[in-house]
Design a protein around this ligand. Structure first.
Ligand SMILES: O=C(O)c1ccc(O)c(O)c1
Ligand SMILES: [Mg+2]
Length: 627
């Protein structure tokens, strides 16, 4: 698959954008006109810079408001087009995108449009230029890709074809199956963009909220599958108008973009194989060859569970105290590193004492159980995940580590069917075989981990965990807090053995700043939360204090047994209930940017106590701002 990206996706100058695209590994770019018009580089400079960087200049765009106009305007439009064709020859470019008219069309007649497009195609032919006609979703008269294609067929000129843009097609819910019937010779270009499903006018949606594939909710693998089956083999190019990407670090955004295409390529191949199998059965179907070759990635299945969570701090005393009060046991120190192992049931927490001096406690790493750490790591690296280097001594478990967009280190660990971890023997002989002792925490596991995301890397993080770790994004929620609305994106495995919650904190810029005012947590599930809470209270645990108003509201909503309600209030427990079951939980006070949560899931309750999240945010805000 030939990969491409439009310069409009990125921040910076044309030169910075081109350099970032080359470093990220794109085959070609679309030059967005404004980036050239505002550049000090001459067309010749751009041409030679692209050649030096090994970047194809695949598309010049956009050329607006050409078709369906009155005769005098047509003349002006053809003159304007010729100027661009001459410019393109100096750039060494041969394909221009022409969008369907959104503003100046006064004649709604396909015969007239076709006649005018024929004139454009003829002029383009004289200059050796190909015109790719694209239906914008908000085009005045042409807003459907099949309509645009019909016009291309009517004109039937070798220099006129169509451009398929997934956003314009999927935002309007047009059926993508008919793409297969298009003549591949007449598909001159394919643009891809994903988007969250929003209800708003389609122009605003398109200009501000497009995201890279895998970061939104469109069925892009299916779209691409139809494109491949049509026989198209030209560039597949990202065209993502997004307010955040346009102001984020250009190199980083280009890598995020490249990751999305690598992932989409694999997903498209998978969709094709799946749909061929469903239609025809057997392996003959999956051996079918198409002109577009789709690369694959090392295959991984979703992780089986959390292997460990690691918290890092300069002064670890407060963390040790908190874990001890929660019922965790100290298992020992690592034989060569300054790290401690604490466990409760099958939940393992590492306290890392190797933090920079004065570093406040924060979540530093997460371990996931996978079938094959090497294959999972190969996949992540092919998806351009940065590798985490860890010193290992002889005879120690080698951890495959990658760095997530928020800089959390992700370790891919060898899972075991009984939930034990071989590396624990490095903390003490025989630890790896020990079964958890009794008490309310005996069956404890890590239930979920909640990570705060800096605003400019949120979409990147969703794609990272989707593509590298095979987690599935769930519909996102918005939780009110005193400092703003917190966007909350749950990512899970299909069996919910891994639940990761990404929270987009309002306002703050860097992760370090996010963490000053916005906290992250690790949640553990136990069988008996009331007993766990009582034992923790007896050990002196500082609970997050829940206001009395909350319990009054709880009673109004759920009509709880008075004795049970009193227990909840006495222990600062929160409660939720839905059709599937019940949820009890409590939070500890925060140390640095970390706090812990204990949960009990009753029945088939699958949520996170979302109605209680605003209470938690408000109480945490209050304790942070109390002097
Ligand atoms: O929003 C626009 O105007 C615009 C321009 C060119 C495109 O290819 C496109 O998809 C949208
Ligand atoms: Mg487009």
């Amino acid at each position: 698959m030939r990969t491409g990206i439009a310069t409009v996706c990125l921040s910076g100058t044309l030169k910075e954008k081109m350099q970032a695209c080359a470093i990220a590994g794109f085959d070609g770019i679309e030059i967005f006109e404004q980036d050239l018009v505002t550049s000090p580089l001459s067309p010749g400079d751009v041409r030679s810079m692209a050649a030096d960087l090994g970047l194809g200049l695949d598309l010049y765009q956009p050329f607006r408001d050409f078709d369906g106009v009155a005769p005098d305007l047509l003349k002006a439009n053809l003159r304007r087009a010729e100027a661009k064709f001459n410019l393109m020859s100096r750039l060494g470019m041969d394909t221009i995108l022409v969008c369907s008219n959104v503003a100046t069309a006064t004649i709604d007649d396909d015969a007239v449009r076709a006649e005018q497009l024929a004139q454009l195609a003829g002029l383009a032919g004289d200059h050796g230029i190909k015109v790719a006609y694209e239906a914008l979703a908000w085009g005045k008269h042409v807003n459907d890709y099949e309509h645009a294609y019909r016009l291309v067929e009517m004109v039937d000129h070798p220099n006129l074809g169509t451009c398929l843009d997934s956003f314009h097609i999927l935002s309007r819910d047009w059926d993508t199956a008919p793409i297969e019937k298009l003549d591949p010779e007449k598909i001159f270009f394919v643009q891809v963009a994903d988007a969250p499903k929003l209800t708003m006018d389609v122009l605003s949606w398109s200009r501000h909220y497009r995201v890279f594939p895998g970061e939104g909710q469109f069925e892009l693998a299916k779209f691409m599958g139809h494109v491949v089956r049509a026989g198209y083999s030209g560039p597949v190019s990202l065209e993502v108008f997004n307010d955040v990407f346009r102001q984020s670090d250009v190199d980083r955004t280009a890598v995020d973009a490249m990751r999305s295409l690598i992932w989409l390529e694999e997903q498209s191949a998978k969709w094709l194989a799946g749909s061929a199998e469903a239609a025809e059965g057997g392996s003959a179907a999956s051996r079918r060859r198409y002109p577009m070759e789709l690369a694959t990635l090392p295959k991984v299945s979703e992780p089986a569970g959390f292997n460990f969570a690691e918290v890092k701090a300069d002064d670890t005393a407060r963390l040790e105290k908190l874990l001890g009060q929660l019922g965790f046991g100290f298992e020992g120190r690592h034989r060569t590193k300054d790290v401690q192992l604490w466990t409760m049931g099958q939940a393992r927490v590492i306290i890392n004492e190797q933090a920079a001096s004065h570093a406040e406690p924060s979540i530093a790493a997460l371990g996931f159980d996978v079938d094959s750490p090497v294959i999972a790591s190969a996949r992540a690296q092919q998806l351009k995940a940065p590798v985490v280097a860890r010193k290992v001594q002889a005879d120690e478990e080698v951890f495959q580590g990658i760095s997530a967009p928020d800089s959390t280190e992700i370790f891919l660990c060898q899972g075991s069917p009984d939930g034990t971890a071989a590396w624990t023997r490095e903390f003490g002989e025989g630890l790896e075989h020990r079964t958890p002792s009794g008490g309310p925490g005996a069956a404890a596991v890590i239930d979920h981990v909640n990570l705060a995301q800096p605003w400019q890397h949120f979409d990147e993080a969703v794609l990272f965990y989707t593509s590298a770790l095979a987690l599935e994004p769930q519909p996102f929620a918005e939780v009110p807090s005193p400092s703003g609305l917190v966007r909350s994106q749950v990512m899970t495995t299909s069996d919910a053995a891994v639940r990761l919650v990404l929270n987009l904190a309002p306002v703050q810029q860097a992760r370090s700043e996010v963490r000053k005012t916005y906290q992250e947590h690790i949640a553990f599930a136990v069988k008996d939360l009331v007993a766990t809470a009582r034992a923790a209270r007896d050990r002196g645990l500082e609970f997050l204090q829940i206001p009395a108003n909350y319990y009054e509201d709880l009673d109004a909503r759920f009509d709880l047994d008075p004795g049970f309600l009193a227990t909840l209030q006495e222990l600062n427990l929160l409660y939720d209930r839905d059709a599937d079951g019940e949820f009890l939980h409590f939070y500890t006070a925060t140390v640095g940017s970390v706090f812990f949560e204990m949960v009990e899931r009753r029945g088939g309750y699958d949520g996170y106590g979302a109605p209680n999240a605003p209470v938690r945010h408000a109480v945490q805000y209050d304790s942070l701002h109390r002097t």
